[in-house]
Write a protein that binds this ligand. Structure first.
Ligand code: ATP
Ligand code: MG
Length: 1137
């Protein structure tokens, strides 16, 4: 992208009119046209921006453009309104100078748009942050609200501002916006009641009717149809490109952002609606007996609706339209109004209502956007005020507007000259006097306090007697006749007596921008701006907060007989304040020019522009600017721009910039009258000299460009060549390496091949030799083997022969030996049999001999001894066997060795019993006292329940734990535990059976030495405490269930609620313990334990039978109790649980 460093780069025409050569009105306009045709709508005159309305959107207001112009010097880029805004903002932020931006031009020239562009630019470049953004948004959104109420379509502009606006934007030291203040000037209120042909009333009326919802319109008693309202002209109600409905939404949204409350918006809309209604009120004459006509409201419907909207009493307003009360010296005189006076009063009321509403809106917006009072604010003022107006028919409004423009022109001249002069002094340049037209004389004609036109007008308005517009003109004719800028047919100045372009009822003023003819008709009225007191009082009485505020003079308590200041007086005062305000600030000018009357793009009407150039004093502006020196530039940028024109300064100048510029100018031989050296800038007298420098620069740039191109091309080619060369070396190296590698590989593989062949051949040769040697060796071995074989076989045969012979010998020998041995054995056996028989016979014989000898001794003792001996032996054997097979020491062990002899039967049984008793004793001797007690309990349980209750067997194996709840340790039962005085013997959760439904409720069952207690399971609260002596008996069933009834002594303390029917999983233990403890407590032998399947339980007064019947197992539950009737509770017990 091309980078610009000066506005002189790529200029279309000249960007700064100061450089225009030759400077004539034609060349000026031609330059504007040339630039306009190339979409360059902005042109400078020094630091003044001329803006030509393009009447179409150009792509030059984008965020990218904002960035481009941000922080750039004014003359660095092509002329743009952003450059001016940036310059103003930066000198406000960095140099702490208050700024004002004065935007002038005729209606439709683009002032309002320019002011919005400036504001949006400043908003885009200034600080950011939540609070700052809110302030920015509020400042920007005040525009749509004010435009809706203060702008209207006119023949010149579809969005013409019908009020002057000056907005002070306040910034803090960092340049962040803090808030703002808006001042408004003279709203054209006559438009409310009447619009010229082809024009519209203020936008808001159309926006409301098009954009409001049906519901809102109903509330405001309005109809969407424009034609229903007299105050809305119909011929141009719809404007091309203007979407009233969408704009209404924008305005409502903007009001919300600015900070209007919903009820305030409603009040504002009610007032707008009221103005429309007011326009529809019509009057008819009614004859009075005194011959005068008195006005009466024709159709009271609109009046009624308006009064309802504003909360006004209808009769009061109706009377105010028919009568007028004049107060003079404490006297009240009431006069009737005729129809035309009533219409006048109505319109005056509408105008006042609207213009006061507008002023209220400005005040309200100011309330929202005002900055927090801080030590010091920097201010940027933006003035968007109506431009100079020259119509065919010019009235009071045009007079006032043009007066304002005169004042602005004056301040423009003053400030421009002053700035110029100040710059010359600052830069130490000799000041040459500049001739220019000073319009102070015209301002004086209008505003002079003694004989100024405004003073005359006020005087005439206040004068008693008959005063009319004509008397006012007469006065002017006498007072101002001599003034060179005042023209009137009847003035003493005879030269206009025959001027037919000057009617008798008019006067003409030669404004700086041209002559304007004013028709005096209406001047007095408009200046007086009277509203009948009856009307303001009627308004004050309204039951509507906003209306009341708008008409404070209607307050009867504050009747002020003094006349309010006239419109002219007020305007003059506010213009005076504005001028004083502007004079304290650094001015920045935007002069808007309208290119055509058709509001069309691309059309540039010379005559129209010429007229504006003339009355805006633009030529004068250029001349003033050029009077001394046409162009100035700081030394650094100047040297930077032109240094290539001199060998000493190119390419670098090492010394101070000023000296560089001096060397440069000397080298270029520029005549010394053509320029002057200031402190920081060089001043060039004629644009010619600047263009000479520019021309030289352009030529030089071309040569430089060619040089740069040449060097660049040379460098490029050299670089390319070196690159190629280098590449070639690299490629060659790579190729050589590749070729050598390939060749080496080939040689290597060939060598390997040759090698392998020669090695193969050698190997085969050796192999052949080795094979031959091997075969030779094998042949010798084979021959030797065969020979050895033959030898061996031969030997074997011999050996075999020998062995066969030997074997035969031994077989024969063995056979002989065997026969010999068998014969010997037979003989020995025979001998042994014979010897044994002899021994046996001998023994028998000896025995016989002994028996015969000792028979007598045997018969006396031996039998007994043998018997005893045998018995002893047998017993000994028996006991030793018992000792060996001793059964286990467990008392429940059933094994016992079998009896060996029948005669030991009794002893065996007895021994078994002794052994059992002994092992039981051994077992018992290990018992502690507690264990003993437990076994005693178990024993007692067995005595009570064994073979009586089916539940008993399953309880035998379960130890009795007593405290199932760990009552003393568990913190949950701490309270309950501490309530027990005695040791708790048993603590368990039981179910207390409810008589009414047979359902169980969980209860804690506690047994102590003297009591049993039932307590709530959750809370631990004691429900019943019964002394054991009061317990008479316990009933249980024979079956496999846990139900038991505790029967109490009738009349005892515990028996107030009757007996207890309970169920527990530990029934056997509970009853055994109860039985044991109860028996000791009552000191009776035993507690009755009734075991039967049907027993009676006493509940309070009634006896209820509890019957146990066999049942089935349901849902895994055990026995269940059901109430059968009043007297019967049936417990069904499943056969197996
Ligand atoms: N910079 C611009 N780009 C595009 N269109 C523009 C520009 N400036 C003005 N216009 C067009 O010209 C119209 C009139 O401009 P604007 O309302 O600013 O005039 P004005 O000078 O404020 O007139 P008045 O004195 O009647 O208020 C705008 O509605 C818009 O259509
Ligand atoms: Mg405007």
């Amino acid at each position: 992208m091309e980078v610009k460093t000066s506005l002189l780069d790529n200029m279309i025409g000249v960007g700064d009119m100061v450089l225009l050569e030759p400077l004539t009105e034609d060349s000026f306009i031609e330059n504007l046209r040339n630039r306009f045709d190339h979409n360059e709508i902005y042109t400078y005159i020094g630091s003044v921006v001329i803006s030509v309305n393009p009447y179409r959107s150009l792509p030059i207001f984008t965020p990218e453009k904002v960035e481009e112009y941000r922080n750039r010097n004014f003359y660095e880029l092509s002329p743009h309104i952003y450059a001016l805004a940036d310059e103003a903002y930066r000198s406000l932020r960095d140099q702490d100078k208050d700024q004002c931006i004065l935007i002038t031009g005729e209606s439709g020239a683009g002032k309002t748009e320019a002011s919005k562009l400036v504001m949006s630019y400043v908003a885009a470049v200034c600080g950011k942050g939540q609070e700052v953004n809110k302030v920015k948004e509020q400042l920007l959104q005040s525009n749509p609200v004010l435009e809706a109420f203060g702008n209207a379509k006119t023949v010149r502009n579809d969005n013409s501002s019908r009020f002057g606006k000056y907005m002070d934007i306040e910034f803090d030291f960092k340049g962040d916006p803090l808030g703002g203040v808006i001042s408004n000037y003279l709203l054209e209120k006559s438009r409310v009641v009447k619009q010229p042909r082809g024009e519209r009333n203020f936008h808001v009326f159309y926006q409301l009717l098009s954009g409001a919802s049906d519901d809102t319109l109903r509330k405001l008693k309005l109809d969407r149809d424009f034609s229903k309202y007299n105050y809305l002209s119909l011929d141009s109600a719809n404007v091309n490109g203007l979407d009233d409905a969408a704009n209404f939404r924008t305005v409502r949204n903007a009001m919300q952002i600015v900070g209007f409350m919903e009820d305030e918006v409603q009040s504002v809309l009610e007032l707008v609606a009221a103005v429309l209604k007011l326009g529809n009120i019509e009057f008819k004459p009614e004859s009075r007996c005194n011959g005068y006509d008195e006005s009466r409201v024709k159709d009271k419907n609109d009046l009624k609706e308006m009064c309802e909207l504003l909360g006004i009493e209808q009769s009061v307003l109706e009377r105010a339209f028919s009568y007028r009360t004049v107060e003079a010296k404490m006297e009240k005189v009431s006069t009737t109004l005729n129809v035309s006076q009533a219409y006048y009063a109505r319109d005056a009321l509408a105008k006042n209502l609207y213009s006061r509403l507008f002023s209220w809106l400005v005040t309200r917006i100011n309330g929202s956007i005002k900055a927090q009072p801080k030590s010091r604010h920097k201010v940027m003022g933006v003035l968007d005020i109506y431009g100079f107006e020259i119509f065919e028919d010019n009235s009071f409004e045009q007079f006032i507007i043009n007066y304002c423009n005169e004042k602005l022109q004056q301040i423009f001249i003053e400030l421009t000259l002053r700035e110029e002069q100040e710059e010359y002094i600052r830069e130490d340049i000799e000041w040459t006097n500049i001739e220019y037209f000073n319009n102070a004389v015209i301002c004086d004609l209008i505003e002079n306090n003694q004989n100024g036109i405004l003073a005359m007008l006020d005087e005439e308005c206040l004068r008693p007697g008959t005063v009319t517009d004509v008397t006012f003109l007469d006065k002017l004719n006498t007072v101002c006749a001599e003034h060179q800028h005042f023209e009137s047919r009847l003035s003493k100045n005879s030269k206009f007596l025959t001027d037919h372009s000057l009617p008798h009822s008019c006067f003409r003023i030669q404004h700086y921008a041209g002559k304007v003819l004013y028709r005096v008709e209406g001047f007095m009225d408009k200046n007086n701006d009277l509203l009948y007191r009856d009307l303001s009082q009627a308004m004050y009485k309204a039951n509507h907060s906003l209306i009341k505020q708008l008409f404070p003079e209607g307050n009867p308590a504050k009747v002020n007989l003094k006349r309010p200041p006239t419109a002219g007086f007020q305007f003059k005062a506010s213009v005076g304040t504005l001028m004083r305000n502007l004079q304290t600030k650094n001015p920045n000018y935007i002069r808007c020019v309208k290119p055509n009357d058709k509001k069309a793009a691309h059309i540039f009407t010379d005559s129209l522009v010429r007229h504006q150039v003339a009355y805006l004093g633009l030529m004068e502006n250029v001349r003033v600017r050029r009077a001394g020196y046409a162009y100035r530039q700081a030394y650094e940028p100047c040297l930077e721009r032109y240094k290539m024109l001199c060998k000493q300064t190119w390419p670098h100048w090492r010394g101070p910039a000023r000296e560089g510029v001096e060397v440069l100018m000397a080298d270029l031989q520029v005549s010394t009258e053509e320029f002057a050296y200031g402190r920081s800038k060089i001043f060039i007298r004629n644009p010619r000299t600047l263009f000479f420098l520019e021309e030289k620069r352009r030529g030089c740039l071309e040569a430089l460009a060619a040089l740069i191109q040449k060097i660049y091309r040379g460098w490029k080619c050299r670089t390319h060549f070196l690159l190629l060369k280098h590449s070639q070396v690299v490629v060659a190296a790579w190729y050589r390496r590749y070729a050598q590698q390939k060749k080496y590989t080939q040689i290597k593989s060939a060598t390997i091949m040759v090698q392998s062949y020669s090695r193969g051949w050698k190997a085969r040769k050796i192999l052949r030799e080795l094979k031959h040697q091997k075969r030779c060796k094998e042949a010798a071995t084979t021959i030797a083997a065969y020979w050895h074989g033959t030898q061996a076989r031969r030997e074997l045969r011999q050996l075999k022969e020998e062995a066969r012979n030997k074997h035969a010998v031994s077989v024969i020998w063995a056979g002989w030996q065997g026969t010999k041995a068998r014969r010997e054995l037979k003989r020995l056996k025979k001998e042994a049999r014979r010897r044994h028989a002899v021994a046996v016979i001998w023994a028998y014989w000896l025995g016989l001999k002994v028996r015969r000898e000792y028979r007598k001794f045997f018969r006396a003792n031996a039998g007994r001894k043998i018997y005893n001996f045998i018995i002893q032996r047998t017993m000994q054997k028996y006991f030793l066997g018992l000792k060996r097979d001793m059964p286990s020491m467990s008392p429940i062990g059933g094994s016992w060795p079998t009896r060996p002899y029948r005669f030991l039967d009794t002893a065996h049984t007895e021994l078994r019993s002794i052994f059992h008793h002994w092992r039981c004793k051994k077992y018992r001797s290990q018992f502690t006292d507690e264990k003993k007690a437990v076994f005693e309990e178990k024993l007692q349980a067995s005595e009570i329940f064994k073979d009586k209750k089916a539940l008993y067997p399953s309880s035998v194996g379960q130890p009795f734990r007593g405290d199932y709840l760990e009552i003393s340790k568990n913190p949950k039962y701490q309270k309950l535990s501490s309530a027990m005085d005695e040791k708790v013997l048993l603590a368990d959760v039981v179910n207390k059976i409810n008589r009414a439904n047979g359902k169980g409720t969980a209860r804690i069952f506690l047994l102590t030495k003297n009591n049993f207690v039932l307590a709530d399971q959750k809370t631990g609260q004691v429900k019943a405490s019964v002394a054991l002596p009061d317990l008479t008996s316990i009933s249980v069933s024979t079956q496999n269930d846990g139900f038991f009834a505790l029967k109490l002594k009738e009349g005892s303390a515990g028996a107030t609620k009757g007996d207890f029917l309970l169920s527990s999983e530990h029934l056997i233990e509970i009853i055994t313990k109860l039985h044991r403890t109860g028996a000791t407590a009552v000191d009776q032998d035993h507690l009755d334990i009734d075991i039967s399947d049907e027993f009676l339980v006493q509940f309070k007064q009634d006896k209820v039978c509890v019957k146990f019947v066999p049942g089935t197992l349901k849902n895994g539950n055990g026995a269940s109790c059901k109430r059968k009737n009043n007297r019967l509770l049936e417990v069904s017990v499943p056969s197996t649980v």
